[in-house]
Design a protein around this ligand. Structure first.
Ligand SMILES: NC(=O)c1ccc[n+]([C@@H]2O[C@H](COP(=O)([O-])OP(=O)(O)OC[C@H]3O[C@@H](n4cnc5c(N)ncnc54)[C@H](OP(=O)(O)O)[C@@H]3O)[C@@H](O)[C@H]2O)c1
Length: 358
């Protein structure tokens, strides 16, 4: 057993998250023979380029998990519900990117830098949930601030990339953009609204009682579970924008303790998961700059203190296919593996310096 080279299955290897996971493993030198790429009937037999060769996609069925140590599920919730328990029953550690298990009692919901330390990864055959991409990106930015100053309330507006809806979101944006460039009126091809030249509220179902859409509800419930604060007020508005990759967020958080911009920047600067942009610099984070990067870009730090409290505002861009999905899942896999190898948090220590209270 070497540090990272566990036998890993990627379920949904042909999707945008699965392909990103393969890219990360390839960049880290994960050996081809230690990877099993799985998909549905549709993609069974499809060759995926990997390292100097290729990996052939096999059909995801319960028997396909023999000898697999860790399975990264990068498919939809239905597939996860059908296959993850069967894989776990064979002793496979499942890290699931879908929403199938996130709010389940006893299911760890993990962002290594935010709550990785408190999680028990010792059980074999465990199902671990990767949080929603918008939740991960927001909490990477807010985690250090929460530890140092305490979060009382969060108001967040998202500017979400179309690839958050998978491969088909990218196809839709490229196709609609080409059509508009050819002189046609914007018309929807995948989302309920045109995605080219347009901004629209997130397409997930609206809850008629709260008026919140599914993405907003995930940000609320998952953040509370991860931070262990069931009372935390979170007021999200989730929106799609005509961007291919990287979710951006405008966040304003009310804090329990007063802070200065310098103190906020100091705690943000200590996180290895954050690229802190100078607040008075000539440029600020953009999706194009953050695309393909591992860290969440945080800029435009502003603090306003009044008698009512202290509010910090941030502008955040994070690659939702990497830290918002594939990279976070692989970091969780690293934690599982390093604890299994040595009983220590060696992997976590590399990712997450402790933020001290200031
Ligand atoms: N996209 C994001 O930014 C993002 C971020 C965080 C979490 N997620 C979550 O990650 C998961 C994957 O999303 P995605 O964006 O990568 O979607 P995607 O591009 O549409 O890919 C979906 C993948 O699931 C596979 N699949 C579908 N049915 C299957 C089955 N019955 N058995 C095995 N594989 C099956 C597909 O394989 P075929 O090619 O065979 O159809 C494909 O590889 C979803 O649960 C999503 O909610 C996505």
């Amino acid at each position: 057993m070497s540090e990272h080279h566990y036998r890993v299955a990627i379920v949904g290897a042909t999707g945008v998250v699965g392909r990103e996971a393969l890219k990360i493993l390839e960049d880290r030198g994960h050996p081809t023979h230690q990877i099993v790429a799985m998909g549905s009937d549709r993609s069974s037999g499809t060759p995926i380029p990997y390292a100097d060769g290729e990996i052939s996609v096999t059909r995801a069925v319960p028997d396909a998990f023999v000898d697999v140590e860790i399975a990264l599920f990068c498919a939809d919730s239905t597939t996860a519900r059908e296959l993850a328990p069967a894989a776990a029953a064979q002793g496979v550690t499942v890290i699931d990117n879908s929403s199938a298990f996130r709010m389940g009692a006893g299911i760890p919901l993990v962002i290594p830098e935010v709550n990785g330390r408190g999680v028990d990864f010792s059980r074999s055959g465990q199902i671990i949930a990767n949080p929603n991409c918008s939740t991960i990106i927001m909490l990477v930015a807010l985690g250090p601030i929460h530890r140092a100053f305490g979060l009382k309330q969060v108001v967040v507006s998202t500017y979400q990339a179309v690839s958050g809806a998978g491969r088909s979101g990218i196809v839709a944006l490229r196709g609609e953009t080409a059509s508009v460039a050819a002189g046609h009126r914007p018309a929807p091809s995948h989302f309920p609204e045109p995605c080219a030249m347009n901004v629209f509220t997130h397409e997930s179902d609206l809850d008629p009682h709260s008026g919140l859409n599914g993405e907003e509800l995930k940000m609320i419930h998952e953040s509370r579970k991860i931070l262990g604060d069931s009372q935390l007020r979170i007021l999200p508005t989730c929106v799609r924008v005509p961007v291919e990759r990287v979710h951006s967020q405008s966040i304003t958080a009310r804090l329990h303790r007063h802070a200065t911009p310098e103190a906020i920047e100091s705690v943000l600067g200590e996180s290895s998961a954050i690229d802190l942009w100078p607040r008075n610099g000539p440029r600020h984070p953009t999706p194009l700059v953050a695309a393909g990067t591992d860290r969440v870009s945080v800029g435009r730090v502003r603090v306003e203190s009044t008698d009512q409290g202290c509010d910090v505002s941030l502008w955040v861009c994070g690659d939702q296919l990497r830290k918002g999905a594939a990279l976070n899942a692989i970091q969780v896999a690293d934690l599982v593996w390093s604890r299994r190898l040595s009983g220590s948090d060696a992997s976590l220590a590399r990712f997450a310096p402790q933020t001290k209270q200031v």
